[in-house]
Design a protein around this ligand. Structure first.
Ligand code: P53
Length: 479
């Protein structure tokens, strides 16, 4: 047992298929939920249209055209020294509608080539199966994950790619930020997580969310089990968005609200990592007349499909106060949210809290006793290109530096086991929340704007050289 960053630590970067690949109809790809989402802006939510409308702009259709640039982009990642690259497989490249019997060979071939390109530079692919994407046909015909049959379609997809990439991919994750849908008043999150396209005030949304989440958790556990049968060397993890909930004051009711909010948001981790629902959720279902279809057989599957590691994203902490009108703690997020006067925020209003990352690492280690991988972290910010074509993104460097330091503290001082760090959007891409290009996370700048105009030229930011040094020194020189 060492209390330092391991030698084989998976330094790298993270992206998701729909946010960078583009080529939304290339080589037989079908439309996914991401292909019917318009662009929003800071504070203006994206819209989900009923099919693709000719007069609307859908930023994911072209994204940054990684589909045709991946060789050059991976070369740039290798120049930074990446040991890993987290991306997702677009389900609709493999099963364009979602419910067909046979996969699309051209889609499979794209990922053969992408993974081969990674291995050429010694970069380990880390693959999310469902990153905010479900075939649009499954949304229309089955209502997304509310329908148990979607488990079978997902398992067919997972089995196909596990077999095909058996020797190319070792690290997998099942569902991206599966717990984000607990904020079921946000239509965008419900649609992307579960393919539930609902009105924000739909009285059924809470019950539907718990049902869809359960089917996803069963699908995840089955995938873990099947994956291990296909290749016992596979490491298959879950993926949670972790934003620890702090009490707004030391008033006991605020502290208790924060505790309850943690339970409502992170029980997914118990199911994934402990193979069972926590008692507080069973009690919550009972007390509130929620009766999700959870069979005895499902409970066996959950036990048999415990994840190997916990992947999580960390951007910020959250702060909550007691809500008098919510005695049973139906926590959905925004209405209990408070400003934290001790923290500054990003241009998009996300609090900046490096200590919250150390807190999250400790919390996850205490609850689940599994290796942890930080599969997203970063600062979405506006960048300016100088006349010389430089991007001086010192704000991004200082955010990442403070967070890597917090991770080091967790490893060295708290004894937490962390196996990798893949900051989000290592190359600029389409924001999931807003659909903007101008909310940039990358070490590599991409010349494309919020309307889809630009040359797609790639430029190295100052953070590119900074991160190169961090990786080269295995995190000892944070500059
Ligand atoms: P954007 C909400 C809260 C936390 C993480 O987000 C989230 C979201 C969705 O907006 O998403 C994750 O692009 C997600 C990525 C996403 C990234 O965080 O809204 O896994 O797909 O791009 C950053 O700034």
């Amino acid at each position: 047992m060492t209390y330092s960053i391991p030698k084989d630590f998976l330094w790298g970067g993270a992206v998701a298929a729909h946010q960078l690949e583009g080529a939304w109809q290339a080589d037989g790809k079908g439309p996914s939920i991401a292909d019917v989402m318009t662009a929003g802006a800071n504070g203006i939510p994206r819209q989900i249209t009923d099919g693709v409308k000719a007069d609307k702009f859908y930023p994911n259709h072209e994204a940054i055209d990684f589909y045709h640039h991946y060789k050059d982009d991976i070369k740039l990642f290798s120049e930074m020294g990446f040991k890993s690259f987290r991306t997702s497989i677009a389900w609709t490249r493999i099963f364009p509608q979602g419910d067909e019997e046979q996969p699309n060979e051209a889609g499979l071939r794209f990922y053969d080539e992408l993974f081969a390109e990674c291995h050429k530079y010694g970069i380990e692919p880390i693959i999310t199966l469902a990153h905010f994407e479900i075939p649009y046909h499954l949304v229309k015909k089955y209502g997304g994950w509310r329908d148990r049959r979607v488990i079978d379609f997902f398992i067919r997809f997972a089995t196909t790619v596990f077999k095909r990439y058996k020797n190319q991919v070792k690290y997998w994750m099942t569902f991206n930020e599966i717990n984000n849908q607990t904020n079921y008043k946000e239509q965008f999150l419900m649609a992307t997580d579960s393919g539930l396209v609902l009105e924000p005030d739909d009285p059924e949304s809470e019950a539907l969310m718990y049902q869809a989440a359960h089917y996803e958790l069963v699908a995840s556990a089955l995938a873990v089990k099947i994956g291990h049968e296909i290749n016992p060397e596979f490491k298959i993890g879950c993926m949670l968005n972790v934003s620890p909930l702090y009490p707004a004051t030391c008033k006991p009711a605020d502290a208790f609200q924060a505790l309850k909010a943690m339970q409502r948001r992170y029980w997914f981790g118990d199911v994934h990592a402990l193979g069972r629902y926590p008692r507080h959720m069973e009690a919550f279902f009972k007390a509130n007349g929620l009766r999700p279809d959870i069979t005895a057989e499902d409970r066996v599957v959950l036990k048999e499909g415990i994840v190997d590691y916990i992947g999580f994203s960390y951007y910020n902490s959250s702060t909550v106060a007691a809500q008098e009108n919510n005695p049973e703690f139906h926590f959905v997020g925004s209405e209990a949210a408070q400003e934290n006067p001790y923290l500054t925020t990003s241009d998009w209003g996300w609090p900046i809290d490096p200590l919250g990352l150390r807190y999250s690492l400790n919390w996850l280690a205490d609850h689940y006793h599994k290796p942890l991988m930080i599969v997203e972290n970063g600062l979405g910010a506006k960048d300016e290109v100088t006349a010389e074509g430089k991007i001086h993104d010192d704000y991004r460097i200082s955010y990442l530096k403070a967070h890597i330091q917090a991770m080091k503290d967790a490893i060295e001082k708290d004894g937490v086991s962390v196996i990798g760090y893949t900051p989000w959007g290592c190359i600029d891409l389409v924001s999931a929340g807003t659909g903007q290009m101008s909310k940039r996370y990358g070490f590599i700048y991409v010349d494309r704007d919020d309307k889809g105009n630009g040359s797609d030229k790639r430029l190295k930011k100052d953070s590119f050289y900074w991160y190169q040094k961090v990786i080269k020194t295995n995190g000892s020189d944070l500059g």
